[in-house]
Design a protein around this ligand. Sequence first.
Ligand SMILES: Cc1cc2nc3c(=O)[nH]c(=O)nc-3n(C[C@H](O)[C@H](O)[C@H](O)COP(=O)(O)O)c2cc1C
Length: 259
Amino acid sequence: MKANLTALVAVAPMEGVMDATTRDLITRQGGWDFCVTEFLRVTQGRQPARVFHRLCPELRQNAQTPTGVPVHLQLLGSDPQSLAENAQIAVSAGAKVVDLNFGCPAKIVNRHLGGASMLRYPDRLYDATFATAQALKALNAPVTAKMRLGYDDTELTLDNARALNAAGITQLVVHARTRAQGYKPPAHWEWVAKIAEVVDVPVFANGDIWTLADYQRCVAVSGVDHAMLGRSSMTNPWLAKQIKQHLAGEEVEQVDLNG
Ligand SMILES: Cc1cc2nc3c(=O)[nH]c(=O)nc-3n(C[C@H](O)[C@H](O)[C@H](O)COP(=O)(O)O)c2cc1C
């Protein structure tokens, strides 16, 4: 096998779970390229810097975990001005990359047009993302996005991906399920392939990559070798290293997860 040293593996944002301590424990195991914080919901108005520091204490440490893995800060919202302003504050508070959440399925969030509910309106998705990307341009900070395949179905999947791409994101993570599909397996990695065809930024596959074998199947189906791992980063924090060892053509260290 030819060594692949360019594939990136990221720790997924997980509200209520993936805090700075957990990010530290996971990234210490090696193989991880970046993490994304739990989301900060912004509706109207500007949050003070301390809110960003509470969400992401790493902002005071060059936005990196103690072992030097970058941490991106995730915002959730729909109002272009509010997202843009708060993204600027986040960067002033130390964030290097701002990620936008277009996947959250929570009812309270969706009722207020945030998270996955934005996937019903590609034009609003564009406006919110464009405003944020423009606001951060002057600060030299990129905007990335994380999307599900859709709200109820996949009718607008490619329109949404195109909208995010046109709005100026530099990277896209795809949780390969609609909101309606929740967390029900399987993740539809074939859609990651379709999305990768219509955008010109790096695409990350996300959803149900629990093992190295899952990663290999996901690459085969999606054609994408960047991956973001959520729940498996907690059940097997060594998975990123195992993926990297596999890609480098090295022997993969086996870990007894029950030991
Ligand atoms: C408890 C929990 C909290 C989550 N919180 C967030 C979040 O704050 N932002 C986000 O974009 N996704 C969030 N997600 C979705 C995950 O980032 C990921 O897309 C999803 O778990 C599928 O990936 P996995 O199968 O590797 O876990 C959350 C998922 C879980 C299980």
